[in-house]
Ligand binder design. Sequence first.
Ligand code: FES
Ligand SMILES: [Fe+2]
Length: 378
Amino acid sequence: MLMNNWYVAAKSHEVNAEKPLIVRMLGQNFVLFRTPENKAVCLTNTCCHRGGSIGRGELDGSGRIACGYHGWKFNPQGQCVEIPALGKDTAIPRRARVDSYPVEEHFDWVWVFLGDLEEKERPAIPTTVFPEYHDKENWRVVSIEFDADVNWARGHENSLDSAHPAFVHSRFGRRSAPKVQIVPLVENAFGGHNATRERVPPKHKQVSKDIARLVSKKRGNTIASTDSYLAGISHRIDITREGNIRQVTVSARTPVDPCNTRIFMHQVRNYLMEEEHDEARLDGIRLAFREDYEAVASVEPKFVPRSMAHQLLVESDQLETAFRRVLFEKVKAGWEIDFEKLERDGRYRHFSIPSPARRKDPKNWVHPVVPTTFPRPD
Ligand code: FES
Ligand SMILES: [Fe+2]
């Protein structure tokens, strides 16, 4: 799992100023809430006092949260401002603080930067790649989330993979036409790549009834344009069928821990725009998810191998290969949490994902920084 990246922590409407929300990401718990000014906040959930769950506590109406164990009160910057058991006039120790992470909201999702990079060094959130989401007149949105007990990188690779639909997807794969078009990969502005390919559409009898009414039996190829992005381990898949029938899916993939992933998805379409068609579209997404899940859950090893040579990636795996290169590069840059070491050492001490405030002041923290598989640059 990589730190120093943006992850979607929650849907915007789940985070409010009344009740804290505890979210697990990268094997750690975080607490999210809003200030009275509606600004979303994300703090480490583990209290620096005696490890209580801050998110079990209460918000005080002025953007501060009182830990659920002994009521230490933290401001949105993660600084403790009150220790009730010591009374009001006691000086607060400098180390009485927890990490507070940068937060942005896009596509009605709360994105949290789990790392300590300066703003300009952070991977860019792909905010500009989904104009359709905001164009309610021409596009109809459905949204869904999934939890899957699979590794995040394995899942992401599956989303980028153009060779599996012919064998895995009953509604849109064409078993008799499995050949993947080899195209030039284009680097995009968000730490990933695009591949735009033509593929033979599924048989007419494969598609759902409502789509079957829209497309002809002898229709032309489908164009599938897939982009992967580093921020949010997200992607965009833009499918154009004959007659400019289009659907665009944007998903983000949050590692809950090494073996569990939460997926946030929006899909927009420019056909069957009425609300009454939403449920059938969601059914199609659920079916595709189950088909993907069964394939991905069965792969071994559960994690992506650490060398290209440990599996036989071929030319049709273009986007997956490009993703592994990006992954390996970030691992070598010291972004990967050493989960095995953390599991061992974390039994006696809480380790925290470093926040940007640690760059300015690396000392005076109770919780040390999580270990990484490669050394981190100073
Ligand atoms: S553990 Fe949080 S206030 Fe004691
Ligand atoms: Fe799939």
